[in-house]
Design a protein around this ligand. Sequence first.
Ligand SMILES: Nc1nc2c(ncn2[C@@H]2O[C@H](COP(=O)(O)OP(=O)(O)OP(=O)(O)O)[C@@H](O)[C@H]2O)c(=O)[nH]1
Ligand SMILES: [Mg+2]
Length: 470
Amino acid sequence: MENLSETLSLISLIDHIDREIRKKSVQVFWVVDDSRVSIGQELADLRRDIGSAIMLMESFGYRIPVLGVVKRGKSSLVNYMAGADLSPVNALPETASLMVIGNRATADLGSIGINWNGKVEKLSVKAEKFCEQVRRTDSDPFIVARFVGQCELAENVWLIDTPGSSEANLDTRRKESDGIPDALYALATSFIVVLGVPGVSSCDLDLLSEVKERSGGKPIFVVLKALDSSVPMNVLEDFRQEYLASLGIKVFLSSDKDLTQIDELRSVIGLSGYMTSDEAITVSEKVIYESESKIKNLLQQLSNVGGIEIPKVLLSTLSQSVSDCAHDQLPEVIAKNKAETLRIERERLYKEYLAEFHRWNQRKQAKLDEIKRYRGELARAEYDLKKNGPSSGCGLGILFAISCLFFLIPLIPIAVGVLCAFARNKEIKLASVNRPRLEASVARARNLLKAAEKEQEAINLSEPTRVSPK
Ligand SMILES: Nc1nc2c(ncn2[C@@H]2O[C@H](COP(=O)(O)OP(=O)(O)OP(=O)(O)O)[C@@H](O)[C@H]2O)c(=O)[nH]1
Ligand SMILES: [Mg+2]
């Protein structure tokens, strides 16, 4: 498995498939090893397998799950051994998440929880607050929560509190419902099984032999607890002799008045089954790899169910091999997804086109207005240049004077002619002074207009390519 986020995405994928299946009106089964299993339960187990593998990947040392039938005092035992109230205790079924608990001196890891949908949440390093954060509520519990903070566990000892196995399910011998994720058998270094008196029944003994069978020879410690202050040690001792002596398992007795054997257990759990950091990583990777294979198998089977869509955004977060599997083995899921992807992409391109066209049109209009302004300016400048010279009044005056001379009326025309000639001379001088400035204005207006026209041509050429909305 390439990285943590891809592994967490596997949980998101499981969560998505789970919700998609729940939406269906038909019941969906999953064929595993030739038998039909309840898909909901398998998906829950897969979540827990992956969640615990992720959470324990960095917790090397002694990893000890505390197992037992529901309400046998597992969380109370964990809290006593950790010396802090970390795992919520209740008279009703309480523990819903796997609870990994370690001492701060053990590792530079924080308290976190992995949600049912694969998101990671930061949790408190303070015991009291952590306990509140992991308490059972109406919403989905954490798959697994980890406390790393001040507690009395020895270095590199990780206690893992587990949800209690249900007596009803143990009665009907349903393998998947012993409450213990498969992965824990691989990830653990030893096991504590809690039996509580009164309440201990054949289910407890069944669970114990199941753990023995699946533990692969790893050490098992049994804690026989008095769940009532009226139960004395000798009753526990009798029970041990009668039911547990033949199993060859070390049994620790605990009553409210005598917890010395639990203190002894605390000192012996760190004596066997150490897992190095390399081993911890390898075993977690193996669990994740196997879970991945199961998911690929599930994806394959879901192709027959049909109508299950995987959002593109989720697909893109998965590891290459899982998304490749979806491509190869679930053509209809991918096809649906492709069609949807194309539609979304087309919509995005059309929106982009509209926005770009709007921007282009605005630029075009602005340039046209500019050109209009420059044309006006040029026309005015050219007019001013044209008009730069003696006024026609002087010319007419001179013409009048010449005509008067022609008709031999000398005095008036001479006077008028001289005056007009003076005025015209003055106007010519003024015009020659103004000319360069006016010529410059015309040239400037012409240049601006030329440049604006050139820009307009470029704008016209840059019209965005039309995209159809369909
Ligand atoms: N007197 C006494 N009561 C105990 C002892 N251990 C647990 N209890 C009581 O038994 C009840 C169940 O305890 P938990 O520690 O929550 O049991 P659990 O096995 O963790 O329960 P789930 O997580 O729900 O399966 C609580 O009411 C506890 O107070 C004990 O050593 N002595
Ligand atoms: Mg509990």
